[in-house]
Design a binder for this molecule. Structure first.
Ligand code: PLP
Length: 406
């Protein structure tokens, strides 16, 4: 599949106030009106092109929102102060008390905690399911279900959701399919495959410089406007607004996303292939050994590859920690959570980004303690990186151990 998305982002063009090549940054929290009537109409949502107050919208946030809508090929997009701000706004907008969510069980730990621990306070319950089993997903849907939630490529297990099939199922039950596409911006275009709402943590690949947190919701204009409604919009009322300065800097970084994603993917593919040949337990959706490989091939935008994340199970948390410390010492990356940086980032999700998930549940979903998640960087010479990583593994007897186990 070839998506128009990356090109659409390049095609957007705005000039700054003084003819600058970048749009001017809106540096105001509030806006003047020449007439009191226009102010009232704007509150009522009846004026276009007028700004009211920056928690509602601001020119800089709208520019970034338009770029996000172009990337995901949706009618519209809103930006938020974090990925969690985007996720919570969507869920609070779609669900009332006593309603229900069907969610993939392998999702980012923060989202899992929101669904599992926080939403029950509002009497919103979630059934966590194996999203790759459509019959299980369908069986979990009740008359109170208000959305199906999944990640296109899941954090941290890299499970691949069959978005086309899930979208058909969601339509059959007249509920929206909400897809978090944080791990695969450009690689997968969920809306083109039928998803109704696409969410991003812009903190990761899209911004790409690990210097801020931000999020986005890409959806129909109606849904995006409903989130901003001054009377009952969850985005507007819970207030996770992105600052204009940040929106402007993310927009500038986003223009190189297509180049970065290709490089992240190429590098991760190279390492995954070689480490698998070396006998390591590698999970990478680009490898034919990955259970979601065919699904991903069917729905990916080929030119961007299979994505920049891979996991390696080195057998124990102790080994994982020693390896990560050594890799950092050898300047092969940073022992840090998050992803999408120019440098490789690695962490053991069981004790970090997925630690919100109870141990027994981690085990049932296949999240072992020795699992390391790698967000592969933009290394210029990946063959050299591979050799140096391999030598770290050899020093710690990790490669030999894996061969014995095989
Ligand atoms: N979705 C996914 C898949 C993530 O990995 C994360 C954070 O790691 C989030 C959402 C939350 O994003 P943020 O940290 O920007 O709130």
């Amino acid at each position: 599949m070839k998506s128009k998305a990356a090109q659409s982002v390049q095609d957007l063009h705005y000039f700054g106030e003084f003819g600058g090549v970048n749009p001017s940054i809106s540096d105001s929290s509030t806006y003047t009106f020449l007439s009191a009537k226009t102010m009232f109409d704007t509150f009522e949502g009846n004026t276009e092109g007028c700004y009211l107050y920056s928690r509602h919208s601001s020119p800089s946030n709208l520019y970034l929102g338009e770029a996000m809508a172009a990337l995901e090929n949706t009618e519209s997009a809103n930006v938020y102060a974090s990925g969690m701000g985007a996720i919570s706004a969507v869920v609070m907008q779609l669900c009332n008390a006593n309603e229900h969510i069907v969610s993939s069980r392998t999702i980012y730990g923060g989202t899992y905690a929101l669904f599992k621990n926080f939403l029950p306070k509002l009497n919103i319950e979630t059934s966590f399911v194996d999203i790759t089993k459509l019959s299980v997903v369908e069986a979990a849907i009740t008359e109170n279900t208000k959305l199906i939630y999944c990640e296109a490529v899941s954090n941290p297990l890299l499970e691949v959701a069959d978005i086309e099939a899930l979208a058909i199922l969601a339509k059959k039950h007249n509920i929206p399919l909400v897809v978090d596409n944080t791990f695969s911006p450009s690689n997968i275009s969920p809306a083109e495959l039928g998803a109704d709402i696409v969410i991003h943590s812009l903190t990761k690949f899209i911004n790409g410089t690990s210097d801020c947190v931000a999020g986005a919701v890409c959806a129909s204009t109606d849904f995006c406007l409903s989130l901003k409604d001054v009377n009952d919009g969850a985005g507007m009322l819970f207030g996770s607004t992105l600052d204009s300065l940040r929106a402007a800097s993310i927009l500038k970084n986003m223009r190189t996303l297509h180049i970065r994603m290709k490089k992240h993917s190429d590098n991760a593919y190279y390492l995954a292939q070689h480490f698998e040949k070396d006998g390591l337990k590698v999970v990478y959706p680009g490898l034919p050994s990955h259970p979601g490989h065919e699904t991903l091939k069917k729905q990916m935008n080929e030119e961007f590859g299979f994505g920049g994340l891979l996991t390696i199970d080195v057998g124990s948390l102790e080994k994982a920690n020693s390896l990560m410390e050594l890799l950092q010492k050898e300047n092969l990356g940073y022992l840090a959570v998050s992803l999408g940086f120019y440098k490789t980032l690695f962490s053991a999700p069981g004790t970090s980004t997925s630690s919100e998930i109870p141990l027994e549940e981690q085990e049932t979903m296949g999240l072992s303690t020795g699992l390391i998640r790698f967000s592969i960087g933009l290394d210029h010479d990946i063959t050299d990186t591979y050799k140096r990583m391999k030598s770290c593994m050899q020093k710690l007897n990790i490669l030999d151990k894996q061969k014995e186990l095989a």
